[in-house]
Design a protein around this ligand. Structure first.
Ligand SMILES: [Cu+2]
Length: 318
């Protein structure tokens, strides 16, 4: 009897996780830990940033309306948009200024998705963002108070390439201030897909363009090389004719800079190389190039460290 009971208990214990697995969506809302400054997070990949349910943005006398929306995100919502991979179930939202908005975000894919809103006032929302994030099939909710005024806000998923693949929407407060590009089903794509040409046609076109570019590059290199050699040998450059000036592939900005550098450096080098053997000239040239590269690298490192030190100063104090 005891054996039978323990077998029964074991069966129940083992079937519990199986039953739990049938619940497709994980609810992050009950597990979130408040990290302060509107940042909530749990260990299962749920996150809320810019949570604000109580502080009125400047210019709002009071909360005008309290709204709740549920937004679904997933591959299946992109199926109606040719060439897109991910999408929200809705691409446009409209609310009155100073609305207290709660967003229930449901991610239906087995990848990470976000509902990220940009352009909010930075004194109230860190980095100007309100951000919901959910890993795998799950639900997460967050609340914010929309600012006053007519403005169009970008809403997207910031995971690499998810916005370009279609997960993009716009949220208009009041009348908004225009439309954003590349919102599936709402506005035209910035980079439109060309469905008229066939793939072989596109390949031929790209190849022809690459050839034209190559020829121009080789032409410029030959001209610059010849001019430098002439300078070293003491041959005066041929007078620049108006015809040559009109040919822009002949005299690009880079080749002009190259020529100017050649003119400056050539007399100096000619004096240096006087009385040197060929091997000495080669050795000296390499040394000169090495020193120049070292100098440029030093200059760049200095510049980068300068930028980095400035960047850390800009970051908000935690
Ligand atoms: Cu995404």
């Amino acid at each position: 009897m005891v054996k039978l009971l323990s077998v029964g208990a074991l069966l129940v214990a083992f079937s519990a996780p199986l039953l739990a697995a049938e619940v497709a969506y994980e609810d992050h809302d009950g597990m979130l830990m408040d990290h302060g400054e509107g940042h909530l997070m749990d260990m299962a990949g749920g996150m809320v940033m810019g949570q604000n349910a109580s502080t009125l943005p400047g210019g709002c006398e009071s909360i005008s309306e309290t709204k709740e929306i549920t937004v679904h995100a997933g591959h299946k919502y992109a199926e109606k948009f040719p060439g897109r991979m991910y999408a929200f179930d809705k691409q446009e939202f409209n609310f009155k200024p100073c609305t207290k908005l709660t967003v229930h975000f449901i991610n239906e894919d087995h990848v990470r998705h976000q509902w990220m809103m940009h352009g909010l006032p930075k004194y109230l929302y860190p980095k100007g963002m309100f951000h919901l994030e959910a890993s795998g099939p799950s639900k997460i909710s967050g609340t914010l108070i929309l600012p006053p005024g007519d403005k169009t806000y970008l809403v997207h998923c910031d995971i690499a390439q998810h916005m370009e693949k279609g997960m993009k929407a716009q949220l208009k407060v009041g009348k908004g201030d225009g439309d954003l590009p590349s919102i599936p089903g709402v506005t035209a794509f910035v980079v439109a897909d060309d469905y008229k040409a066939t793939l072989p046609e596109l390949a031929v076109k790209a190849e022809a363009q690459a050839k034209v570019d190559d020829v121009a590059a080789v032409k410029a290199a030959v001209v610059a090389k010849q001019a430098a050699a002439d300078k070293l040998a003491g041959i005066a450059p041929p007078p620049t004719t108006p015809v040559a000036l009109q040919d822009d592939s002949f005299l690009s900005g880079t080749s002009i800079i190259g020529l100017a550098l050649g003119v400056i450096i050539a007399p100096f080098l000619a004096r240096k190389f006087k009385g040197m053997s060929v091997s000495e000239v080669v050795a000296y040239s390499f040394e000169l190039i090495g020193t120049s590269i070292a100098y440029v690298v030093k200059l760049l490192t200095g510049l980068i460290s300068l930028i980095m030190s400035k960047k850390t100063k800009i970051l908000p104090n935690k």
